[in-house]
Design a protein around this ligand. Structure first.
Ligand code: UDP
Length: 416
């Protein structure tokens, strides 16, 4: 059997007062139809990354409403992850030379994982396969069950794919009964996916990163990191990566400081021990900040974990997301949910999150700077914006909606 993840316990009832009644009722109604359905989620890792974050909420909530949901992690090791990282970048448009060796490694781990699934002898009504790493599972489990419905969930933007990798993977993806994408625009060009279903991701409003923190607790936490809580601050929470443009954020801050001299900037990014690129970019950012005492850089290695991210996001005067390229941008939904005004680039999934009035879309550094200045100088405007953003997230980007969309698809495929 594949390695099973224990996702802990969550209860849909806890979300009842947060989400709208019709959504809650629809989940309960769908749960009645899907009662006892055996649903297996498969992905490549039980920690790190947005997919794992989502499954830690989705799986226990599905169990809570009566589905027999399980989460299995496929087999993997360094050579496999090197190949799949290459695939991931290639599907997002990077140059890549698909070799016979890479295919052999990729197929071998998928074949072994599929064999483990078949040997376990369990019956599944639905198998939901996340992202390219386990995408061949359906192909290699021919004997599993005629009745099993297979879904492939793509979390990335494949609209400008490297053709070699796409042409290789596409026949396998087409074997699935359904393909879930975050946005229609992320699907591969000129390809008709017969089971295409659009389901954007969502955040868990009750996780430590997003649960309600009292402002005084948030201020108490932020103060301990040396940020002056009596003065305004702008925050960006993102990996240290050129696509997240931390240097551009510093440029924005410098332009803002000319008009609002007391402003501070906080940059928070999680660092992996084994990600040399992340460190390079961290040092680049430190150099670029060139000793400015009002610029703060934090990471998980300086003890900024989920609760601390929550605290900084909760009381920031402006949350900025100056990405050059973005998938969905979960971090934007996190900020909006905390009723913070957001200044963010017009890329990826960001516009759909903030067009309803929760923030200001920008294309350039001067635009970003003037948006920040406006928000810092007009707290009423900022407060109103934050309120709109929160309601938009409540309506569209909280995890019960994603759960409902998944359950609707299960019900359709199973004909119940
Ligand atoms: N994140 C975090 N700590 C950090 C940096 C990022 O917890 O120091 C989280 C962030 O809150 C969000 C996720 O990592 O939940 C990033 O997801 P997003 O979709 O914004 O960007 P990605 O990194 O997947 O491109």
């Amino acid at each position: 059997m594949l390695q099973r993840v224990n996702p802990g316990n969550k209860s849909l009832a806890d979300y009842r007062s947060i989400i709208r009644r019709p959504l809650y009722d629809e989940i309960v109604e769908l749960a009645g139809r899907l009662d006892g359905a055996r649903v297996l989620h498969v992905n490549a890792t039980s920690f790190g990354g947005g997919v794992a974050e989502i499954l830690y909420t989705l799986v226990p909530l599905m169990r809570d409403v009566g589905l027999e949901a399980e989460w299995g992690v496929m087999f993997g090791a360094e050579p496999f992850f090197n190949v799949t990282k290459g695939f991931h970048n290639a599907l997002q448009g990077a140059d890549y030379e698909l070799t016979v060796e890479a295919r052999a490694i990729y197929e071998e781990y998928n074949r072994q994982s599929a064999a483990a699934l078949v040997e376990a002898g369990e019956e599944w009504d639905v198998v939901l396969v996340h992202d390219p790493q386990p995408a061949l599972l359906r192909h290699f489990t021919e004997g599993l069950s005629e009745k099993t419905k297979w879904i492939w969930r793509c979390h990335i933007d494949t609209s400008t794919p490297n053709p070699q990798v796409l042409d290789y993977l596409l026949p396998y993806i087409l074997e699935y009964d359904a393909q879930i994408y975050t946005l229609e625009e992320y699907t591969p060009p000129d390809v008709k996916l017969p089971g295409l279903t659009i389901i954007p991701p969502a955040i868990d409003p009750l996780s430590p990163k997003n649960m309600a923190l009292a402002p005084e607790d948030a201020r108490y936490i932020v103060n301990q990191f040396g940020v002056d809580i009596e003065r305004p601050f702008i925050v960006q929470v993102s990996r240290f990566d050129p696509w997240k443009d931390p240097l551009g954020v510093i440029d924005v801050y410098r332009a803002v400081k000319e008009e609002v001299p007391e402003v501070q900037l906080v940059l928070i990014g999680s660092m992996a021990h084994d990600d040399p690129e992340g460190w390079d970019y961290w040092y680049k950012t430190v150099n670029y900040a060139s000793g400015d005492q009002d610029i703060f850089l934090f990471s998980n290695l300086t003890n900024v974990g989920a609760i601390e991210v929550n605290a900084f996001q909760s009381i920031a005067d402006v949350v900025i997301q100056k990405s050059i390229r973005e998938g969905f941008g979960l971090v934007v939904a996190e900020a909006l949910w905390k009723a913070r005004p957001v200044v963010a680039s017009r890329v990826g999934g960001i516009p759909m999150q903030i067009t309803a009035g929760g923030g200001i879309l920008i294309d350039t550094i001067p635009e970003a700077a003037s948006a920040c200045v406006k928000l810092l100088k007009d707290p009423d405007f900022a407060r109103e914006m934050g309120r709109h953003g929160k309601e938009h997230v409540r309506e569209h980007y909280l995890i019960p909606r994603q759960m409902r969309d998944n359950m609707r698809l299960f019900a359709k495929l199973l004909g119940v």
